[in-house]
Design a protein around this ligand. Structure first.
Ligand SMILES: [Zn+2]
Length: 179
């Protein structure tokens, strides 16, 4: 169980920020400022800014993957995603849309609450196991006693020490009667 929606949204946002960073890096080697045309009013971005965008995008993707691998610390990961996204504001991370989506993903992660699963009682086979792990609960408690069969009781003869049926009046070995 992990914040699936926050994970997906943060991946999209981080991916867009990464895409813009790569585009800005590519633009630095191109003769026409095409990224700057997508963002009206913006000047041609320097190569370093694109490199920062790539790093920030990758950082968001890495933090988003932590939502899946470490759902217990999703609050911290969410705050981290929001923080990284806000760093990309000065150069319009992910064409602004990416940073907006990543912030939403971060908020979803920071406010995510895992569904409450009842904790198994002490002595239950599932006690102490991860809550989302299925456990066979058909038998718990002490093991069942072996089935009782009539006539299975035995008695030791006080004369010869042999084992007899408890119901026989005399010893089956030596014939001595019960005392
Ligand atoms: Zn006997």
């Amino acid at each position: 169980m992990y914040p699936a929606t926050a994970y997906a949204v943060a991946l999209v946002g981080g991916g867009l920020i990464l895409a813009e960073g790569l585009a800005v890096v590519a633009e630095a080697f191109s003769s026409t400022p095409w990224v700057s045309r997508v963002l009206p009013g913006a000047n041609r971005f320097p190569f370093a800014l694109g490199a920062v965008g790539v790093v920030l995008g990758l950082a968001i993707l890495a933090t988003a993957s932590r939502l899946k691998s470490h759902p217990a610390s999703s609050r911290m990961s969410g705050v981290l995603i929001i923080g990284i996204s806000l760093v990309s504001v000065p150069f319009g991370g992910g064409f602004f849309l990416g940073l907006l989506i990543a912030v939403i993903g971060g908020i979803l992660a920071a406010t995510w609450n895992p569904r409450v699963v009842p904790q198994p009682a002490y002595g239950h086979p599932a006690y102490g196991l991860p809550l989302d792990q299925p456990v066979a609960t058909t038998q718990w408690g002490p093991p069942a006693a072996p089935p009782f069969r009539l006539g299975s009781a035995r008695r030791v003869c006080s004369t010869c020490g042999s084992l007899n049926r408890a119901t026989s009046p005399t010893c089956e070995m030596c014939g001595a009667s019960r005392s």
